[in-house]
Design a protein around this ligand. Structure first.
Ligand code: SF4
Length: 174
């Protein structure tokens, strides 16, 4: 029997208490559908970066083409630290032969589409990509990635599974 697909996932979606407020975003549907067929590889970029839980929340801010990762209250800029961490972490993930990745929606670190970016007037646009997700997609341009909010029906889950299987097959044939 083929081993389960190995899929990266934003760790808070599995129910681990890694969010800035010490909580999680457990996605029961995802875990009970896709989770039956895969081996998860959890990553929380913000905790692994060393920011800990109960950290100050952050957001994307500034130039929409090169947004910064800034904490909301104190304005601490984590952009460079997250960029360095992401480059190292994606190289580590190479060894795990991932076949896909499910990212938490709307996160300034993990979101893959339509992440809010705030300009200096506090106005918000929705065309950002989380900094870790961006580094991951640049490093693994062919791996199927999905935003968790788009995996909330069985058909979408099936389609993601098929793309992940096809990706693994293509890798094994290289
Ligand atoms: S969205 Fe990403 S950075 Fe934020 S808690 Fe979840 S895994 Fe960690």
């Amino acid at each position: 029997m083929a081993p389960p697909l190995r899929i990266g996932i934003s760790q808070c979606l599995l129910g681990d208490n890694v969010r800035y407020d010490g909580g999680h975003k457990r996605d029961a549907f995802l875990i009970e559908t896709l989770g039956r067929h895969v081996e998860w590889v959890p990553v929380c970029p913000e905790v692994e970066l060393g920011l800990g839980t109960l950290r100050e929340p952050m957001r994307l801010a500034g130039d929409p083409h090169a947004p910064r990762l800034i904490t909301i209250t104190s304005g601490t800029d984590h952009t460079e630290a997250m960029a360095r961490f992401s480059q190292r972490r994606v190289r580590e993930l190479e060894a795990l032969n991932l076949s896909g990745y499910v990212f938490k929606a709307d996160s300034p670190s993990c979101g893959v589409v339509q992440v809010p970016i705030f300009n200096s007037q506090g106005m918000e646009t929705h065309d950002g990509v989380g900094l870790f997700a961006q580094a991951f997609m640049a490093h693994f341009p062919l791996i199927p990635v999905e935003d968790e909010s788009r995996l909330h029906d069985p058909q979408a889950v099936q389609s993601f599974l098929e793309r992940a299987l096809a990706y693994r097959q293509s890798r094994n044939n290289i």
